[in-house]
Unconditional design. Structure first.
Length: 251
């Protein structure tokens, strides 16, 4: 039986969640449904699902909800065999694309057919995981040092994004970029337009240090850490339910 964690709902979200429950019931995959409250956080409810012995925990709602549940599942030793299901509330999101669903009915049917895929997750020390994107932003250019297993380089930036696979994008609007030609050559730096210089690379492990100040690291607009940080790609970190492949027959 599935264990569904739904986001606290208000307004139109209430009707959406009732529709979710109706579809799940029609498909014969209804299960225990819980909702976070001041008394029980998302993380506490996810831990409770693990303790109760559920083999499948389903996040019903936003990317923020999903990432909190992912962190809890991966951090719990008892959760080695737990599978994550996702019913997104936004079908243009990166998570909807990751599980290959296009609408609510599609997402619910995907749970029923239960095709599993093992995916990697981004890890930020000491204990945060995410499947979407983390960002470090500054209103003005900030000097930073980035250390990978292969190189340490300094550069200014306005924004750094971190995505699964430890794919890093660095954006810079400062006039200091001319001193970072080596970094740009190594990591594919290029001008997006006359004002923004960007670099992209991916690695297995990365340390980010900001000089003279600390900056918040955000996932889904929530601060999960502050610089300096160490992040890693954790391959095969989690089993998730994805849509089945569609086989088109030649006419």
């Amino acid at each position: 039986m599935y264990y569904y964690i739904m986001e606290p709902a208000g307004g139109k979200a209430v009707a959406w969640q009732e529709r979710v429950k109706t579809i799940l019931g029609d498909l014969g995959i209804a299960g225990e449904t819980v909702t976070p409250s001041p008394a029980r956080t998302i993380e506490e409810l996810a831990s409770l699902g693990v303790v109760k012995g559920y083999s499948t925990i389903v996040a019903v709602g936003s990317e923020k909800l999903v990432n909190k549940i992912v962190t809890t599942i991966i951090n719990q030793k008892e959760s080695q065999e737990i599978v994550l299901g996702i019913i997104p509330d936004n079908y243009e999101s990166s998570l909807a694309k990751k599980i290959r669903v296009k609408d609510l009915k599609d997402a619910c049917e995907t749970l029923k057919y239960r095709k599993l895929e093992t995916i990697s997750a981004c890890f930020i020390e000491p204990n945060k995981y995410f499947l979407t994107e983390a960002s470090i932003d500054s209103n003005h250019p900030v000097d930073a040092y980035l250390t990978t297993p292969f190189i340490k380089a300094g550069l200014p930036f306005n924004k750094i994004t971190i995505r699964p696979g430890l794919k890093i994008n660095i954006f810079d609007t400062s006039s200091k970029r001319s001193g970072n030609k080596l970094f740009g050559w190594l990591f594919g730096g290029k001008a997006q337009n006359n004002d923004v210089y960007s670099s992209f690379f991916h690695t297995k492990r990365l340390k980010i240090e900001t000089l003279d100040q600390t900056l918040p690291v955000k996932v889904d607009d929530e601060v999960i850490s502050k610089t300096p940080i160490i992040c890693e790609n954790r391959p095969k970190a989690l089993k998730i339910i994805v849509a089945r492949d569609i086989i088109e027959l030649n006419k």
